[in-house]
Design a protein around this ligand. Structure first.
Ligand SMILES: Cc1cc2nc3c(=O)[nH]c(=O)nc-3n(C[C@H](O)[C@H](O)[C@H](O)COP(=O)(O)OP(=O)(O)OC[C@H]3O[C@@H](n4cnc5c(N)ncnc54)[C@H](O)[C@@H]3O)c2cc1C
Length: 400
C-alpha cells in the first residue's frame, strides 16, 4: 500500500482532470470509481473557453478534436415563431476574444478521452468498480474503506458528484436538496434523421412560457443533443438514468415551433431520459484536515448556464496548482482553495438559478428581457469565459 499519493474519489470529469493536473506537477494519485468503467451515460456537455483552455493545457486538445463540435453562435429564439431574439457569436470570434475554443461534446466522449490520457500516465492508477464506503482521517493522511479493500494516501479529494459520499461522511452535510419545479428531458437524435436546418453548427435556445428547449450538435454534428425543460408541479426523481416518457414530452411541447416537434418526433423513446432538477444551498465549508471536495460534490448547479463541467475542470486544475505550490501544508492549502473558489462558483450557481426564471418568462416581461438580453448575455459570457486559470494560478507563488 502506497502512502505518497493522493486519493481521488470519483472518476468523472472532475476526478480525472485532477489526476492529470496533479500528474503534470509530478504527483501520484489513485482514482477510485464505483462504475465498472463504461462511463457512457449522459448526453451533451458544453466546454466553454474557461474549460477548454485547461483541457488543452493538459494535452487533451488534439485527442478531443475528433469528438467535439464547434458552434458558430448561440441563437436565442421565440418558442412559437422561431424569430431570433438575440444571437451571441461563438466560433472564431469567441476563440479570438477569449483565447480558447467553445466546444460541445458527448459526455461519454469526454470521459473516454480523459480516461485514455490517465491510462498513459504511470503516476495515475485508475480503479474501476471500486466504491468508497467510509473515510478515516488521520493527521498524517487519510484511509478509506472501499468495496475492494482499504487504501491510504497523503490527502483525499472527493470528486464524487452530486450525491457525494465524501461530503456526507466528512461534513455530515444533511441533504437539503429542493425540487425546483422543473423537469428536464434529455435525448440525442441522429442528425441524419432530421431536416437540413439541424446541420447548422449552432446552439439553439428556445424561450417560452414556463419552458425552454436547448439543442446543439455533438460528435461532430452526427447527433443533436436536446435538453427540454418544463415547469411541473409533480415531484420528479433526480437521476441521470431514469427513462423519460415521450408522450409527456410531446404534450409539454405540443404548441411549439415545428422544429421542436420534429426533434421530439425523431427522438428514440429508449434513449430519452427524465431528470428532476434540484437545487442545493451553497456549503459553508468543504475542507477538513486533509480532505477537500471539488466539482458537483461541493457546488452542484442547475444546468441553465451549462457550467457544471466547466467549474469542475477549473476546480481540478486550480487545486493541483495550489498543491504544487503549497508551503504551509496540505490542510492550509485546502482551506485557501475553498476561499479562492467559493466566490466564483457561488456567483455561477446564482446566475444559473436566475436563468430558470428569465428563460421561462411570459407576457409583457419578455419585452424587457429581450431588450436587455444581448448586454446581459455578453456580461455573463465575459465573466465566465475570460477567466484564465492558467494565467492566474500557474507558475506564481501562492499568496496566503
Ligand atoms: C451518469 C451521469 C450523466 C450525466 N449527464 C450529463 C448530461 O447529459 N449533461 C450535463 O450537462 N451534465 C451531465 N452530468 C453532470 C456533469 O457530468 C457534471 O455536472 C459535471 O461534469 C461535474 O463533474 P463531477 O466530476 O464533479 O461529477 P460527476 O460527473 O457526477 O462524477 C462523479 C463520479 O464519481 C463517481 N462516484 C460517486 N460516488 C462514488 C463513490 N462512493 N465511490 C467511487 N466513485 C463514486 C460517480 O460514479 C461518477 O463517475 C452527468 C453526470 C453523470 C454522473
Amino acid at each position: 500500500m502506497q502512502e505518497e499519493r493522493f486519493l481521488i474519489v470519483g472518476g468523472g470529469i472532475a476526478g480525472l482532470t485532477l489526476a492529470l493536473a496533479l500528474e503534470k506537477k509530478g504527483f501520484a494519485s489513485l482514482v477510485m470509481e464505483r462504475n465498472k468503467g463504461s462511463l457512457s451515460a449522459g448526453a451533451g456537455i458544453q466546454l466553454s473557453p474557461n474549460a477548454s483552455r485547461i483541457l488543452k493545457s493538459l494535452g487533451l486538445g488534439n485527442p478531443l478534436l475528433k469528438y467535439v463540435s464547434r458552434p458558430d453562435s448561440t441563437k436565442f429564439r421565440n418558442w412559437r415563431s422561431g424569430k431570433i431574439i438575440h444571437k451571441s457569436d461563438l466560433g472564431d470570434k469567441a476563440e479570438t476574444n477569449y483565447g480558447a475554443p467553445y466546444w460541445q461534446v458527448h459526455r461519454a466522449d469526454l470521459t473516454h478521452v480523459l480516461l485514455e490520457a490517465t491510462r498513459q500516465k504511470s503516476l495515475i492508477e485508475f480503479l474501476p468498480d471500486c466504491e468508497v464506503l467510509k473515510i478515516h482521517s488521520k493527521d498524517s493522511g487519510t484511509l478509506v474503506e472501499t468495496s475492494l479493500g482499504e487504501e491510504k494516501g497523503v490527502g483525499l479529494i472527493g470528486a464524487d458528484g452530486i450525491r457525494s459520499t465524501v461530503r456526507n461522511e466528512m461534513f455530515r452535510n444533511k441533504e437539503q436538496a429542493r425540487f425546483t419545479g422543473n423537469v428536464a428531458w434529455r435525448c440525442l437524435v441522429p442528425a441524419d434523421r432530421l431536416s437540413e436546418v439541424f446541420r447548422e453548427p449552432v446552439t439553439s435556445v428556445w424561450w417560452g412560457p414556463k419552458k425552454h428547449f436547448v439543442h446543439y450538435p455533438v460528435r461532430q454534428g452526427a447527433l443533436i443533443n436536446c435538453v427540454c425543460v418544463a415547469e411541473k408541479d409533480a415531484w420528479t426523481e433526480e437521476s441521470w438514468t431514469k427513462s423519460g416518457d415521450k408522450k409527456a414530452l410531446n404534450r409539454a411541447f405540443a404548441s411549439w415551433h415545428p422544429n421542436i416537434k420534429e426533434l421530439i418526433q425523431e427522438a428514440h423513446e429508449e434513449e430519452l431520459y427524465e431528470w428532476g432538477l434540484f437545487d442545493r444551498p451553497a456549503m459553508n465549508t468543504w475542507f477538513k484536515g486533509r480532505t477537500t471536495l471539488i466539482g458537483d460534490a461541493c457546488h452542484p448547479m442547475l444546468p441553465f448556464l451549462a457550467q457544471g463541467a466547466a467549474m469542475a475542470i477549473e476546480d481540478a486544475f486550480i487545486l493541483a496548482e495550489m498543491i504544487a505550490k503549497q508551503t504551509h501544508g496540505l490542510e492550509k492549502t485546502f482551506e485557501i482553495f475553498f476561499h479562492e473558489r467559493i466566490k466564483r462558483v457561488s456567483k455561477v450557481q446564482n446566475a444559473s438559478r436566475r436563468n430558470a426564471t428569465v428563460f421561462h418568462l411570459s407576457g409583457i416581461s419578455t419585452l424587457v428581457r429581450n431588450i436587455i438580453a444581448p448586454t446581459q448575455g455578453q456580461r455573463i459570457s465575459d465573466y465566465l469565459y475570460k477567466f484564465n486559470a492558467i494565467d492566474k494560478y500557474s507558475d506564481k507563488p501562492m499568496i496566503i
